[in-house]
Ligand binder design. Structure first.
Ligand SMILES: CC(C)(COP(=O)(O)OP(=O)(O)OC[C@H]1O[C@@H](n2cnc3c(N)ncnc32)[C@H](O)[C@@H]1OP(=O)(O)O)[C@@H](O)C(=O)NCCC(=O)NCCS
Length: 189
């Protein structure tokens, strides 16, 4: 089964498994209504954050019973967000694709941290897990998230109209993607 070597270090960030002690940092962003507006679920309670931190302890291994890898993104000792790789096609070494996602605290916005972390998990998905394609789906009105995709060099491949029942309404859905042989360009930008 594929494994991502942890921690992943970038110029400014460390991407690592969640661990006890992360709860306050995670609660600080996961409990905010505007932060979870475009991600599934309501703002989290302290109890839910404690479960989330405990459930997401990982050794980097991705297997069919646990096809998603969620990593804490640490900046100077503080968890400022989390990023996700959700692997599809785990039946064999061929046919693998990965969905990626991200959520970050609002007070660190506008400094490129989400893009830096997203670039690191995209790189791990292509180079360590060996996926053929990395993709992300989002509501097009979530323009900050669209720009993260674009900075990675992802292509907007689809825009489905009122295709998703999300938080009590039909919403549009944009799909962004990038193929393995296109990745070197994204890594440099
Ligand atoms: C989506 C989300 C992660 C984007 O956050 P963000 O702060 O815009 O993204 P980054 O951290 O990559 O910062 C990029 C911005 O910093 C600027 N920036 C400053 N210094 C930078 C640097 N060194 N490198 C790159 N960008 C830098 C960029 O120009 C960019 O600004 P712009 O978008 O106005 O052009 C954030 O809005 C979020 O967590 N939202 C809630 C959760 C969510 O919606 N998740 C996605 C669901 S689909």
């Amino acid at each position: 089964m594929p494994r991502v070597s942890l921690p992943i270090t970038t110029e400014r960030l460390t991407l690592r498994s969640f661990r006890p002690g992360d709860e306050d940092d995670v609660f600080a962003y996961r409990s905010v209504e505007s932060v979870v507006r475009y991600i599934p679920g309501d703002p989290k309670t302290r109890e839910q954050v404690a479960d989330l931190v405990a459930e997401r302890a990982t050794n980097g291994r991705i297997d069919p019973t646990s096809p998603n890898l969620t990593l804490a993104v640490e900046l100077d000792g503080r968890v400022i967000g989390d990023v996700l790789i959700l692997l599809e096609g785990l039946g064999g070494a061929d046919g693998r694709q990965a969905e990626i996602g991200w959520v970050f605290a609002q007070d660190v916005a506008g400094k490129g941290y989400a893009t830096e972390a997203a670039r690191a998990i995209t790189d791990a998905a292509f180079r360590e897990v060996g996926v053929h394609r990395v993709w992300a789906e989002l509501e097009p009105e979530n323009t900050a998230s669209s720009r993260v995709c674009e900075r990675l060099g992802m292509r907007r491949e689809a825009m489905f109209v009122k295709a998703s029942w999300f938080k009590g309404e039909w919403t549009d859905l944009a799909v962004y993607a990038l193929l393995a042989d296109e990745w070197p360009a994204g890594r440099q930008s």
